[in-house]
Design a protein around this ligand. Structure first.
Ligand code: MG
Length: 203
């Protein structure tokens, strides 16, 4: 399976990092070795100083597809999850200034936190789902899928022009504003609506 991630998909987050709003979705990927599941702890790596949390709604592809039309995209996923796209921000700034690829700052081991899955049918409208992240009990990020620049169906259509989507592939759909560095000992809890989806420690 592969993990595709969308950058700058919420206007307020693009602004907080002083990035221009992209004309097209920003796409990058992570290998399956990036996955961190079952509320396992996130061990701070030693190759950077600043590891930012980015809470994101995750879509699990349920059907093989290529060049999917936006109007049919809803047929290609049945399940959602909540994740964290951990980012070594100081390393990302360095790589970006040199025009180098993002893998080292975005795709390292443990950088793709993933909760359990839940059926999308539970939600009346996938384009109106609240999600949030608490750090040590305090809300740090709050988002609603209605605020995505490109919604789920458009993202599926877009990425499938470049990558054949297979069953089990994941799309991290971008983070709302409020990203920040985690510290050793932090407890991160992620919610979709009022339900707890992940709860893990930074070590
Ligand atoms: Mg992200």
């Amino acid at each position: 399976m592969k993990i595709l991630c969308i950058g700058r998909n919420y206007e307020a987050h693009a602004r907080e990092l002083k990035n221009p709003l992209p004309a097209e979705p920003v796409v990058f990927s992570k290998p399956d070795s990036a996955l961190l599941r079952n509320n396992d702890p996130f061990y701070l790596p030693d190759f950077a100083k600043e590891f930012h949390h980015e809470v994101e709604l995750v879509v699990r592809i349920g059907r093989l597809g290529k060049n999917i039309e936006e109007s049919f995209a809803h047929r290609y996923y049945e399940e959602l999850a909540l994740g964290v796209d951990f980012t070594a921000r100081d390393l990302q700034d360095e790589l970006r200034s040199k025009g180098l690829p993002w893998e080292k700052c975005k795709a390292f081991d443990g950088s793709a936190v993933l909760s359990g899955f839940t059926p999308k049918m539970r939600f009346a409208d996938v384009n109106n789902i609240n999600f949030s992240l608490k750090v040590n009990g305090e809300v740090r990020q709050q988002g609603n899928t209605a605020d995505m620049i490109n919604g789920i169906d458009r993202l599926i259509a877009y990425v499938s022009k470049y990558f054949t989507l297979k069953i089990g592939d994941l799309i991290y759909t971008g983070t709302p504003a409020g990203v920040g560095a985690v510290q050793m000992g932090d407890r991160l809890q992620g919610y979709i609506e009022e339900e707890l989806f992940f709860d893990f420690m930074v070590k």
